[in-house]
Design a protein around this ligand. Structure first.
Ligand code: SF4
Length: 765
């Protein structure tokens, strides 16, 4: 029964009227449209608050509307009028709430009171802050050693909250800092540290106005960094080539209608974004860029043979890099056959991309999870850097490496000490400044923390924001890990699934949101600071009335727990809560680059944290930018899948109505999905091959043979433009299929973009 497989109706361009309609819908949905709209006028403004969405930068001279559709969703979701008060918990047991969807849980609205889990009634019951802090302090001090506690950080935490958190945990005696970046850009940090001597990108927002080619790899900015579309579109309109490598044909990378462009909106028009769109196989980016390097070296050989100048930046290579010869050798040893097989792209296509690269004087390369959530992601990021080194595209205006971070302050958290492998310099500075002995043993990242909770060596989990149980792989195992703890504490704005797997003693502590006014006891409004993907540190001050008078700031909650656990002899936690300038003074004393912090952060748009690599001063072992010489992975998941009929490679990603594990709605209009999330995208020919049709339901079954059965039940098939043999669907629902034991070499990042699975008829049918 071969039927033409219909494709879903998608919006013709990203942005546009669809974005405005969606903004209206979410503002109304928050039941506080006026305060929501008022708040948006202060989003990403010098005298306003930093959008709690992604980490895209703010222009030096921004407009009054410096926000995108997903920024409106993030703010409306936080500034909602809906509440989850104690009487809600009195009505529902924790076991019952575990059956709710992520969307339904957070949809109940803002938490209003500190809550304690009562195992007898299986409910959360109201408590007081002093009681909660005392009990948490007692439980932590009851552990026989500090390394039995895990301190998790979500990238939404401000610099001040993150700094105080690391100070608390290190004063307590551990470096166990599982952190949301372990699941996203860890591979970028590790690769860039080795290649250029700093784990951050070298690009400023202004560089996008100067580049003449921008390579966008494994990234879907239309949904995950929407304001980036404005910068890409402007670049494309001035003739910059935007070269995309993404397995999935994403609308935002094809066309964008700028909602702030009145003429375009009235004409219902849009502008192209990508000049070149390549759809490599999942995990095929390293091979694709290896191919670009091969073509570039071939062009150089041809030029030199013809007596023409080298096409490489010989001056940069000679004076600023190390390892070129070893890299050239491994490129020469890599066959085009291997490159085509792993990338899934033809030599001809790759050579066209190489021509764009060769024709450009200033090149930027941006990337995200499509690059960082594979086994060989560290090597892939090194390959992106290698290619840019060849023509000196680092440390010059309009050039550079740009990992685009997901969470608004995930980069800042790492900068101020959230790191399970802290530098000796940081620990020395803490010891000198505070007089306690800092723990020197490296701690746990996310994978390490889950393992330790599962084997019982860790007994306590503290969550500073986030939704650990849903953001991590192997959902069933992680729930077991959390529930096995003596103590679980979650600092949150809304109810989520992580709160519903309580430890023996469990607390749910509601905090102020980024959009809310944070006043100290003397009535002074406090600002916090964040660092975006471009290393710009800027202030953020809320403007909305807090959702409840019971709420405390993340900083006050951390200080309360710390004082109850380690005392205030060495750190006066209360005074730091009283005035965040004092926390910034401590950051200035113990973390490099923050001189004059309190003055500089009050300048419009804040300040840039110095990035020596952007000045071609590479603090690497060689003192130079280091080429890597990694061979291509022996096999990729696609190659493994091709040996077993019926096996697919699955990637998890976000819908357009989602931000990390926060589900704002059930639509994904750029992909033509409305009102549901249990969908799986596949190539139309793969559907035809398995005699399936659009809309048929399937179970997705994990192929990982570690004795754990992993099944995601009853997902609707949706045909989509993507490589044969690959599937895609949303997390957190599909995280149940991602094995805890498959993670990136060197990064320990779960391989959420390349999971081996097969399909079967739904068990329930
Ligand atoms: S691009 Fe990111 S930071 Fe900017 S408004 Fe949108 S979600 Fe917020």
């Amino acid at each position: 029964m071969d039927h033409p497989v219909a494709s879903p109706k998608r919006s013709s361009a990203a942005g546009g009227w669809g974005a405005l309609k969606s903004c209206g819908k979410h503002l109304l949905g928050s039941r506080a449209p006026l305060s929501g709209a008022r708040a948006m006028l202060k989003a990403n403004q010098p005298d306003g608050f930093d959008c709690p969405g992604c980490a895209w930068g703010d222009p030096a001279h921004g407009s009054s509307f410096e926000f995108c559709e997903n920024g409106v969703k993030a703010v409306s979701w936080e500034a909602t009028d809906k509440r989850t008060p104690p009487k809600f918990f009195a009505k529902h047991t924790v076991s019952e709430l575990r059956g709710w969807t992520d969307y339904a849980l957070e949809g109940e609205g803002r938490l209003t009171h500190p809550m304690r889990y009562d195992a007898t009634s299986d409910r959360y019951v109201p408590t007081t802050w002093p009681e909660a802090f005392a009990a948490i302090g007692a439980a932590l001090n009851a552990l026989d050693q500090p390394d039995r506690a895990e301190f998790y950080t979500s990238g939404r935490a401000s610099n001040e909250a993150a700094y105080l958190y690391q100070l608390f945990a290190r004063h307590y005696g551990t470096n166990n800092f599982p952190d949301c970046s372990n699941m996203c850009h860890e591979a970028s940090g590790i690769a860039l540290q080795a290649a250029i001597g700093i784990g951050k990108g070298t690009v400023l927002l202004e560089d996008f106005e100067k580049a003449d080619a921008i390579f966008v790899v494994g990234q879907n900015p239309g949904t995950n960094h929407p304001r980036m579309l404005g910068d890409l579109r402007k670049a494309a309109q001035r003739g910059t080539r935007v070269v995309v490598f993404n397995p999935v044909r994403e609308r935002g990378l094809e066309r964008f209608a700028d909602p702030q462009n009145t003429v375009e909106m009235l004409r219902g028009a849009s502008a192209p974004v990508a000049s070149h769109y390549y759809q490599p196989r999942l995990g095929g980016d390293m091979a694709a860029f290896r191919g670009i390097a091969k073509a570039v070296f071939a062009a150089d050989d041809a030029a030199l043979d013809a007596g023409k100048p080298s096409v490489l930046d010989r001056a940069f290579l000679t004076h600023h890099t190390a390892g070129l010869d070893a890299y050239r050798a491994v490129v020469d040893a890599t066959t085009w056959e291997a490159i085509e097989d792993q990338s899934g792209l033809s030599r001809a296509d790759i050579e066209v991309a190489a021509q764009v690269y060769l024709g450009a004087d200033k090149v930027i390369c941006t990337w995200a999870m499509g690059v960082t959530q594979h086994r060989h992601s560290v090597a892939t990021v090194r390959e992106l850097a290698n290619v840019l080194f060849l023509r000196g595209h680092v440390g010059r205006p309009g050039t550079g490496l740009c990992p685009v971070r997901g969470h608004s302050n995930v980069q800042g958290d790492r900068t101020v000490g959230i790191n399970e492998k802290p530098s000796a310099a940081l620990l020395d500075a803490l010891e000198t400044t505070f007089g306690f002995t800092a723990p020197r043993r490296h701690g746990h990242n996310v994978i390490g923390a889950i393992g330790a909770m599962l084997d019982g060596s860790s007994k306590a989990f503290i969550g500073l924001g986030g939704n650990f149980a849903r953001a991590t792989p192997d959902t069933a195992l992680v729930a077991k890990a959390l529930a096995s703890c003596e103590l679980t504490v979650h600092i949150a704005t809304k109810l989520n699934h992580s709160h519903l797997v309580p430890g023996r003693v469990a607390y749910l502590l509601p905090c102020l949101g980024r959009t809310e006014i944070d006043r100290n006891a003397r009535g002074k409004t406090q600002i916090v600071t964040v660092e975006d993907s471009m290393s710009m540190v800027h202030g953020s001050g809320g403007i909305n009335k807090p959702a409840s008078k019971e709420l405390l700031s993340e900083i006050a909650i951390i200080a309360g727990m710390a004082a109850a656990t380690v005392g205030s002899e060495r750190v006066d936690w209360a005074s730091l809560t009283e005035d965040y300038d004092r926390i910034r003074d401590l950051i200035e004393r113990t973390i490099p680059g923050f001189a004059g912090y309190n003055v500089r952060v009050r300048r419009p748009r804040g300040f840039m944290l110095r990035n020596l690599a952007a000045e071609r001063n590479f603090e690497t072992e060689t003192g130079l930018a280091n080429f890597s010489a990694d061979v291509l992975p022996e096999t990729t998941e696609h190659q493994r899948a091709s040996t077993t009929p019926g096996t697919f490679v699955l990637q998890t990603f976000r819908s357009h109505d989602q931000y990390n594990t926060t589900i704002y709605g059930l639509d994904d209009r750029y992909r033509g999905v409305y009102g549901e999330r249990r969908v799986v995208f596949a190539h139309p020919d793969d559907l035809a091959e398995i005699r399936a049709r659009m809309g048929d339901r399937v179970d997705i079954v994990g192929n990982h043979d570690d004795g754990v059965t992993r099944v995601a039940e009853s997902f609707r098939l949706v045909p989509f433009d993507m490589p044969r043999g690959s599937l895609a669907g949303y997390y957190p629902e599909l995280n149940v299929l991602v094995p805890l034991s498959t993670f990136g070499e060197g990064s320990d990042t779960p391989t959420s973009k390349s999971v081996l699975v097969h399909l079967r008829a739904p068990a329930a049918a």
